[in-house]
Design a protein around this ligand. Structure first.
Ligand code: IMP
Ligand code: MG
Length: 196
């Protein structure tokens, strides 16, 4: 009897939201140092203009920048993101433009994650019209299974499976950006309908 009284239908059960570590902060830092070396090896004598895509790339960009030797400069651009949902709408909108011209510069676009590729495809089109000397793309994470647009990154930190991840800049509804590790987010049971 007591057991029956405690029974709750699945829809009413609440399990807390949780994050399972996928890539530790140590692994992230080690890989970023390697990526900086790869980029510098490709462009040993050039000033590099790093363009970070706000806000997710900020942590990655600042660590990458500190590992890059030689001359660099920074700028930021912002595009509309997922909002409170974990699925992309496929719609991309520029919400904050760069401060400076990229004409004649060697641009490295720095993104947190390459998912469907819609954001990057849009940004590359915008940038190419502005006549940079060349454009390269560096992403911390790549989810190739989710790709819709035909784009690729020149430098990839980690290729990951098709899971929603948070931490090290990546958010869910603006939360979790401050985690040092990257982890897979599992929503609480009550929120699950919102995830898909
Ligand atoms: P795309 O346009 O689908 O490639 O998505 C790129 C943007 O979606 C990224 O810059 C992130 O802001 C966001 N995004 C994609 N996948 C994830 C994820 O697993 N966690 C958090 N944000 C994500
Ligand atoms: Mg982003």
């Amino acid at each position: 009897m007591a057991k029956l009284a405690r029974y709750k239908p699945k829809s009413q059960r609440t399990t807390p939201e949780s994050v399972r570590t996928l890539i530790s902060s140590v692994e992230i830092q080690r890989r970023i140092a390697e990526m900086a070396k790869e980029i510098r090896r490709d462009f040993p004598a050039e000033a590099l203009h790093l363009v970070g895509v706000l806000k997710g790339s900020v942590f990655f960009l600042t660590d990458l920048a500190r590992h890059l030797t030689g001359e660099i400069s920074l700028d930021f651009i912002a595009v509309s993101s997922y909002g409170k949902r974990t699925e992309t709408s496929g719609e991309v909108k520029l919400t904050r433009d760069l401060d400076a011209s990229i004409e004649g510069k060697t641009v490295v676009v720095v993104e947190d994650i390459l998912d469907t590729g819609m954001t990057l495809q849009y940004l590359l089109r915008v940038f190419e019209q502005r006549k940079p000397r060349r454009i390269r793309v560096a992403v911390l994470l790549d989810k190739p299974e989710r790709r819709i647009a035909k784009v690729r990154a020149d430098y990839v930190g980690f290729t990951i499976p098709n899971e929603f991840v948070v931490g090290y800049g990546l958010d869910y509804a603006e939360r979790y950006r401050n985690l040092r590790d990257v982890g897979v987010l599992t929503l609480g049971a009550k929120d699950k309908s919102k995830q898909k």
